[in-house]
Write a protein that binds this ligand. Structure first.
Ligand SMILES: [Zn+2]
Length: 63
């Protein structure tokens, strides 16, 4: 096995922000919203699946 190319990787040298392709559009069929390069999702903020945190009455301290 040739292990020449797995020797050393320059890691932690430059910390680039994680970016994505700039020409992506929302996965919604009828949506043409161009996604931000920093948007890790495949849909715009309208069509991206939203998690609803279950905070309803959770932090209410009613006896
Ligand atoms: Zn969309």
């Amino acid at each position: 096995m040739d292990t020449t190319f797995i020797a050393s990787r320059p890691s932690g040298r430059t910390r680039r922000p994680k970016t994505y392709r700039a020409d992506r559009v929302c996965t919604d069929f009828s949506c043409q919203t161009i996604l931000s390069r920093y948007n890790k999702r495949d849909a715009c903020h309208i069509h991206a699946p939203v998690k609803f945190p279950r905070i309803r009455g959770r932090f209410e301290d009613d006896e």
